[in-house]
Design a protein around this ligand. Structure first.
Ligand code: IMP
Length: 424
């Protein structure tokens, strides 16, 4: 097995960074295929904590090449800042880090628009205000700036003129907001382009060649399937294809070239931002999980909403991204509670559903719960699973129809149990 995808199976923040970092030890390439610096992938080793937003989580391993593929929306200023931040931990060269010349650029206009829209909206999405949605809109609307445009002043000016022709009206007349003049944005982006130029290349052919050479490739998803633009809880979603399909278009590979799809599942559910959340726990145990799990957004610092594990959503995620196994993370946070429940079905208009589907109105579902015996955290010391923990895992495997290949029980690299091997 040479190709492995790491895909968030819930509403993001499942612990993808840690799993990607560990599996990168065996990978030659780690590829980000969608999203942008709305992501926050956390890696902890000793007293050090690194949060990666755009740069793939393989960057901390010197043998590994990191690729930001064309499906990503790329913020050059934030990228350079991130590069500075990781300097003490790794040596980055253009051989080790590649940015697709065809990735879409997040400009100042996108960030401004994201913020203005969120502030003005009655039903707020709760976006990260990083400009993700507006940048993807421009890509689909065929008026985006691409990374290659940053390297050519004339081309950049022409693309910015197209982009700003509509947006200037929005800023001036709809939002009554100031915005950077075109010339200022042109100079800013061109200067950034000069700095990132050594990293820019044709990543499509690079990945293609790596596949032909039987290199081990890890595709690192950002956000999660329930935030996917098509499969997620629309409109409370991000603007990219977060799952399997996103890899095909966003990195430029074909189906047979992603052999294993590892879904990352937190042992409970969290959500940051607005939108329906059937198993949300508002007080009491929800607060305990929130505090114990330090559930704050890695990018925005916002408090994450917490709730029980939601099997109908997870079953759906397994189907939507053809997941072949899962990693169950933050099991330590769920241990030692005095009650434990999982949602096994939804009731909608008197009918029971054990699996969600696209367009399901999550506001209208009543979650049905099964009570389980809580488990202790003895396994952290002994490595032995108690019957209660084994029951929890067995239930998840039976309901989802895929094995729990990894169990993670703390932020440290060592706090993990590989129940099967990957990249063999
Ligand atoms: P956007 O991606 O900034 O447009 O935000 C859209 C929705 O996705 C909001 O609910 C965000 O909170 C959520 N979101 C975006 N990125 C992440 C992430 O990395 N983890 C969790 N939620 C995210």
């Amino acid at each position: 097995m040479n190709t492995l995808a790491i895909i968030g199976a819930q509403w993001g923040d499942e612990g993808k960074g840690k799993i990607t970092d560990l599996l990168s030890q065996k990978a030659d390439l780690v590829v980000r295929y969608q999203g942008g610096n709305n992501a926050g992938h956390t890696i902890v080793f000793g007293d050090t904590k690194v949060v990666l937003h755009q740069i793939p989580s393989g960057i901390l391993h010197d043998h590994c090449t990191s690729v930001i593929a064309h499906g990503v929306v790329f913020e050059p200023e934030a990228f350079l800042q991130e590069l500075e931040e990781i300097k003490p931990h790794t040596t980055v060269t253009p051989e080790r880090l590649k940015i697709s010349l065809n990735a879409t650029v997040i400009t100042s206009y996108h960030k401004l628009l994201d913020g203005l829209r969120e502030d003005a909206a009655k039903n707020k999405i709760g976006t990260t205000k990083k400009g993700i949605g507006p940048a993807y809109e421009d890509k689909i609307g065929r008026r985006a700036v691409k990374v290659k445009d940053l390297l050519d002043r004339e081309q950049l000016q022409a693309r910015l003129e197209v982009m700003l022709s509509e947006k200037a009206h929005l800023f001036e007349h709809l939002y009554k907001s100031e915005f950077p003049p075109l010339q200022e944005e042109l100079e800013r982006l061109f200067a950034l382009g000069q700095k990132i130029a050594p990293f820019v290349s044709d990543t499509f052919s690079f990945i293609d060649e790596a596949i032909k050479q039987d290199k081990k490739i890890l595709f690192e998803g950002a956000q999660g399937i329930l935030l996917d633009i098509d499969y997620g809880s629309y409109p409370y979603v991000t603007s990219s294809s977060t799952g399997y399909a996103g890899i095909l278009t966003g990195a430029g590979v074909s189906t047979g070239q992603v052999e294993e799809r590892l879904g990352i599942v937190k042992a409970y559910t969290t959500r940051v931002g607005a939108g329906p959340f059937p198993t949300e726990l508002f007080v009491g145990i929800g607060e305990i999980i929130q505090e114990k799990g330090k559930e704050f957004g890695a990018t925005t610092g916002r408090r994450r909403r917490c709730g029980w594990l939601d099997l109908p959503m997870l079953k759906y995620a397994v189907k939507a991204s053809a997941l072949t196994s899962i990693a169950l993370t933050k099991v330590d946070v769920l241990s030692c509670l005095d009650q434990l429940e999982v949602c096994y079905a939804y009731e909608i208009d008197g009918k029971e559903y054990d699996c969600a589907y696209p367009g399901l109105d999550l506001e209208k579902v009543t979650p049905k719960y099964k009570k389980l015996s809580p488990f202790t955290d003895d396994f952290k010391q002994s490595g032995v699973y108690t019957t209660e923990l084994q029951d929890y895992i067995d239930l998840i495997e039976k309901e989802l129809g895929v094995p729990v290949g990894i169990l993670a029980y703390g932020p440290e690299r060592s706090e993990i149990d590989f129940r099967r091997e990957y990249f063999v």
